[in-house]
Ligand binder design. Structure first.
Ligand SMILES: Cc1cc2nc3c(=O)[nH]c(=O)nc-3n(C[C@H](O)[C@H](O)[C@H](O)COP(=O)(O)OP(=O)(O)OC[C@H]3O[C@@H](n4cnc5c(N)ncnc54)[C@H](O)[C@@H]3O)c2cc1C
Length: 465
């Protein structure tokens, strides 16, 4: 049933990539569209502001991509990183739809550039936005505005009127008071709940107090919670999320990409007791960077230190903050507040276990330890040349995976199995359908773009149909 009071065909909740892709697609399909974004204009665009690239399948090299990345290879990667914890049908569909996505995004005005150098080696698989996520987002906003999409900032949705899987209206809080907005269809693209520490605690316990949130403070999961209250089906584990090790000195929210530390493979990582706890050289960094947030979360006080020496200082991209330096391991321990003898012993034991090899951080080299637990399987070099350095790290939560269940039309599913009548979801708020666990760089934007477009078209079709 179409709501005749509706002032707008499609209401899009959120202001990031998923929301903008949905809004543009809905408008291009002939619908009137209103976007309501919780953040003020300057902070619009949630986590999308921090992004750099997007992973899409392609059969040949392109102007900016160094080689093919087939649908099958994309699927194999996804299967491996999620350990099979993914909706295969939906994910394969997303991968197929990712192929025309680069062109579609390009048609909305977004420009790409060759891969940025650095640690994740993504030149073949991922397309980098010219000017980064903020520039990409600004272009999408400009295009949406030119097409006639209405946008309201500082307008968080605080209530939803939903009955039996049918959306009627959303209440937004504005500086002029609360306002009800009726729409014929809704697209929820309001992110995950990573900025809601109390919700994180429900899964993680009190330790979540020590987590840092890499992106926007506005992704509190309020819309997801309202949808759950209205009977939508969820999918995903509340403790599953994308989490990396970031500089412990980063701000609580919005530290962004420059606080991530990619130097684990160049040193050792110790906890508060100055003990190592995981193989720092297990595999190439692009395949391991996303496990370190969770590893640090499991340590006492949810803090750890990456320790290395002068030989490694210039081998990786520095973070926003300088490393802490000292002329001896003992002095470093004192500066860091770590037990001095324990850190000296950890470094001595490590150095004694290092076997000679040819160091090459671009391949799985033969520099490893022997007889040490945990081992360092590659890139093990003695830590012996002053100055000695350390970076303190904490878990940096990127986004959560517990989310709304959707079908391939991005339509939300109600508990009991029926599809919602006029409610669609895109982006982080449904990412857990694809990502039950793990992460492959650039897939967050794929999920948002592909399902954003599908959701927008579906919502427009429903509203206009
Ligand atoms: C530092 C960092 C770097 C990243 N780099 C990459 C990368 O290079 N490639 C990649 O693929 N992914 C990357 N990601 C992940 C990526 O940012 C997300 O997967 C993607 O941006 C999600 O898009 P989205 O539109 O679903 O959410 P967001 O872009 O976060 O947008 C959600 C929006 O919802 C709004 N909102 C929240 N609650 C409400 C409410 N109640 N009412 C109205 N609006 C609301 C928020 O203000 C926000 O605008 C990165 C994330 C971070 C934090």
């Amino acid at each position: 049933m179409i709501d005749t009071r509706a002032a707008v065909d499609v209401l899009v909740i959120g202001g990031g990539n998923a929301a903008l892709c949905a809004a543009i697609a809905a408008r291009r399909a002939g619908a009137s569209v209103l976007v309501v974004e919780a953040a003020p204009k300057f902070y619009r665009g949630g986590n999308t502001r921090h992004t750099r690239n997007m992973r899409c399948a392609h059969d040949t090299a392109t102007e900016h991509l160094t080689g093919p990345y087939t649908e099958e290879e994309f699927w194999t990667d996804l299967l491996a990183i999620t350990k099979g914890n993914t909706d295969e049908q939906l994910s394969r569909y997303m991968i197929a739809e990712s192929k025309p996505m680069l062109d579609w995004i390009g048609e909305q005005g977004v420009r790409f550039q060759p891969s940025l150098g650095g640690t994740l080696s993504l030149g073949r698989t991922n397309s980098f936005f010219l000017g980064g996520g903020r520039a990409m987002l600004n272009t999408l906003y400009l295009t949406a505005e030119k097409l006639g999409v209405d946008i309201m900032y500082e307008s968080p949705v605080v209530a939803l009127d939903i009955e039996n899987g049918r959306f009627r209206s959303a209440t937004i809080k504005t500086t002029q008071g609360d306002r009800d907005i009726y729409a014929r269809a809704v697209v929820a693209a309001a992110g995950g709940f990573e900025a809601n520490i109390d919700w994180l605690k429900e899964g993680w316990g009190e330790i979540a107090e020590n987590f840092l949130i890499r992106g926007t403070p506005y992704n509190r999961g309020d819309v997801l919670k309202m949808l759950m209250g209205a009977g939508i089906e969820t999918i995903g584990d509340p403790t599953q999320c994308h989490a990396v090790a970031i500089d412990a000195r980063a701000p609580k929210f919005d530290g962004g990409i420059i606080t991530r530390l990619d130097c684990v493979v160049f040193g050792i990582v110790v906890n508060r007791e100055a003990a190592r706890f995981y193989d720092e050289g297990e595999d190439v960094w692009p395949k391991r960077y996303a496990i370190w947030g969770r590893l640090v979360a499991q340590q006492p006080g949810q803090i750890a230190w990456i320790v290395f020496d002068a030989n490694s200082l210039n081998m990786f991209m520095p973070s926003l903050y300088p490393p802490i330096a000292a002329q001896s391991v003992g002095e470093l321990a004192t500066t860091l507040g770590l037990p001095v003898e324990a850190l000296k012993k950890t470094v001595d034991d490590f150095n004694a276990a290092v076997r000679p090899g040819t160091f090459d951080h671009t391949v799985l080299d033969d520099c490893r330890t022997e007889g040490l637990m945990p081992p360092k399987s590659h890139w093990a070099r003695r830590i012996e040349t002053p100055p000695f350095y350390a970076y303190p790290v904490r878990p940096g939560i990127t986004f959560t995976y517990l989310c709304t269940r959707v079908d391939r039309d991005a339509r939300m599913r109600m508990r009991g199995g029926d599809g919602a009548e006029n409610m669609f979801a895109a982006g982080e708020i449904m990412a857990g359908n694809v990502l039950g666990a793990g992460y492959a760089a650039g897939i967050g934007m794929t999920i948002g773009s592909v399902f954003g477009k599908i959701a927008g078209e579906g919502a427009a079709h429903h509203a206009r149909g």
